[in-house]
Design a protein around this ligand. Structure first.
Ligand SMILES: Cc1cc2nc3c(=O)[nH]c(=O)nc-3n(C[C@H](O)[C@H](O)[C@H](O)COP(=O)(O)OP(=O)(O)OC[C@H]3O[C@@H](n4cnc5c(N)ncnc54)[C@H](O)[C@@H]3O)c2cc1C
Length: 460
């Protein structure tokens, strides 16, 4: 049977979306002897994780890094025979400050850099507040109303006197949440820190979220899981809507209807919002979905014959302030350094300015920034690619959704991930560990699979 064959009329469980959340749910149900049908609208698995081989180099256009505390992802990769290697983290990083100053540094930032000590102190204060978040029931956190009524921007203005430290915090927010501080509630920021294990975990490389990469690309474990699932996975099957009736759900797709006893929705909020639900979803869930816009990020790769920046003692990592289109740069070369690859991230306001330009102008803007950092050789790559995630028809943005201020407090208790009749909710946006990350997606799929297994057990 081919993954594009006709759909069955019935399946005990249907899962919608073959990103890491949907794949995790399907694999866990299979492990428990429950056959689930996994429906994916696009022609591939992996969702917001997309690896592309170009010549001898694999480029990760979406999620790529895995850290040592992301144990589910490491175990999933191991199970499916996928190896990792350390992110290149040797040499001096560079900071291009908003006034044009170029500073080399190692560690979290230049020790003598403007606003650096105030920035680190502010990060410690955020960690102390994050320790108060109740991860499994976030809206029950005593300070939820106050923290969800404040934006990260207003909190930084109020509590960080140094404008330079606030500049650093703004780039940290863009880099981690792919939005501007004015769009992020203090509560969601703190929840995210708590879910990841702290500020440093999110920001750093060694021992933290950016520690390792996948040898064959971060999509490789997803592809291997798809092979394991075989015909239980159907690609090119867009789900249009879900109708719940007494004891069963009808999943309407562009290739027919499947009846099922339980459903796992593992689509990002923006994609879920485009579906029709009968009866309508409860108000809290609807509001949660509609008030959770996707982050805005583009990932750009420039490929060179060698990682030439290493010859001059540079790590290839850089942070850029001011008007540059690019916010952060990393060395994304393959493990054997057979080619040299720089990856550049464009987020938030910078993305909105940059992405409306023609391709040639976008390319020269990014390459000019890379040349300012690494010299004229950076302006002449062998290959150049862009993946602008808000333009992705299936995800609608990335890295993840960012609930608007007030959403957690008003709608989180019932709207975050409480099952709706026969529907169970998965996706990284429903995770309480590594929320927004691949590891969170896997955790959410596992939780939804357990909910389904429990409910089917009860049904007998
Ligand atoms: C640029 C970028 C960089 C990132 N970097 C990292 C990183 O380094 N490390 C990390 O851990 N995370 C990273 N992330 C985040 C990570 O990729 C996501 O958190 C994770 O992949 C989300 O998985 P998911 O299964 O929840 O959702 P998705 O991957 O979005 O999967 C949802 C699936 O549902 C499908 N779908 C949508 N609508 C329908 C429909 N109507 N019918 C059927 N199918 C449908 C989609 O095609 C998709 O396959 C990054 C993300 C981006 C965009």
């Amino acid at each position: 049977m081919d993954s594009h064959d006709a759909l069955p009329a019935h399946a005990p469980v249907v899962i919608v979306g073959a990103g890491y959340a949907g794949l995790s749910a399907a694999v866990h149900l299979r492990d428990r002897g429950i056959d689930a049908l996994l429906l994916e609208g696009s022609d591939r698995v992996g969702g917001r994780v997309l690896s592309e081989r170009r010549g001898s180099t694999v480029l990760d256009h979406g999620g790529q890094w895995v850290g040592p505390t992301q144990r589910r992802l490491l175990a999933f990769a191991k199970r499916f025979g996928c190896t990792t290697f350390p992110t290149w983290n040797t040499g001096h990083h560079l900071e291009l400050w908003h006034d044009g100053t170029r500073r080399p540094y190692t560690g979290a930032g230049p020790d003598q850099g403007p606003g650096m000590s105030e920035y680190l102190a502010a990060a410690d204060r955020l960690d102390a507040l994050a320790a108060r978040i109740r991860l499994y029931d976030p809206p029950s956190t005593p300070e939820a109303a106050a923290w969800d009524s404040e934006t990260a921007h207003s909190f930084f203005e109020r509590t960080i006197p140094s404008a330079d430290a606030r500049r650093r915090m703004a780039l940290a927010v863009q880099g981690v949440w792919s939005c501007e501080p004015r769009d992020l509630s203090l509560f969601h920021l703190l929840f995210y820190l708590a879910a990841a294990g702290g500020f440093e975990q999110l920001m750093e490389t060694e021992g933290c979220a950016q520690e390792r990469r996948f040898t064959a690309g971060a999509q490789a474990p997803a592809r291997a899981a798809a092979a394991h699932l075989g015909p239980a996975l159907r690609l090119g099957r867009r789900v249009l809507g879900v109708e719940q009736r007494a004891g069963e759900a009808l999943v309407h797709t562009d290739a027919g209807t499947v009846r099922t006893r339980r459903l796992v929705m593992a689509t990002p909020p923006e994609a879920t919002a485009a579906l029709s639900f009968t009866p309508a979803l409860p108000l809290a869930r609807r509001r949660w979905i509609h008030r959770s816009p996707m982050g805005e990020v583009a990932k750009i790769h420039a490929v060179y014959p060698t990682p030439f920046w290493r010859e001059s003692g540079l790590s290839g990592q850089a942070t850029l302030y001011g008007d540059h289109p690019v916010g952060v740069v990393f060395d994304n070369s393959p493990e054997d350094a057979a080619t040299g690859v720089l990856v550049a991230f464009v987020y938030g306001d910078r993305l909105r300015r940059w992405h409306t330009a023609q391709h040639a102008a976008r390319r020269s803007d990014v390459l000019a920034a890379l040349a300012e950092l690494f010299g004229h050789r950076a302006a002449e790559p062998l290959d150049y690619t862009e993946k602008i995630w808000p333009a992705d028809a299936w995800a609608g943005g990335g890295y993840a959704a960012v609930p608007t201020p007030g959403t957690w407090y008003a709608h989180g208790a019932d709207g975050w991930r409480t099952p709706t009749g026969l529907i169970h909710w998965a996706g990284t946006e429903t995770a309480e560990v590594w929320h927004g990350y691949i590891d969170g997606a896997l955790a959410s799929g596992e939780r939804a699979a357990l909910e389904v297994a429990d409910s089917l057990g009860e049904l007998g």
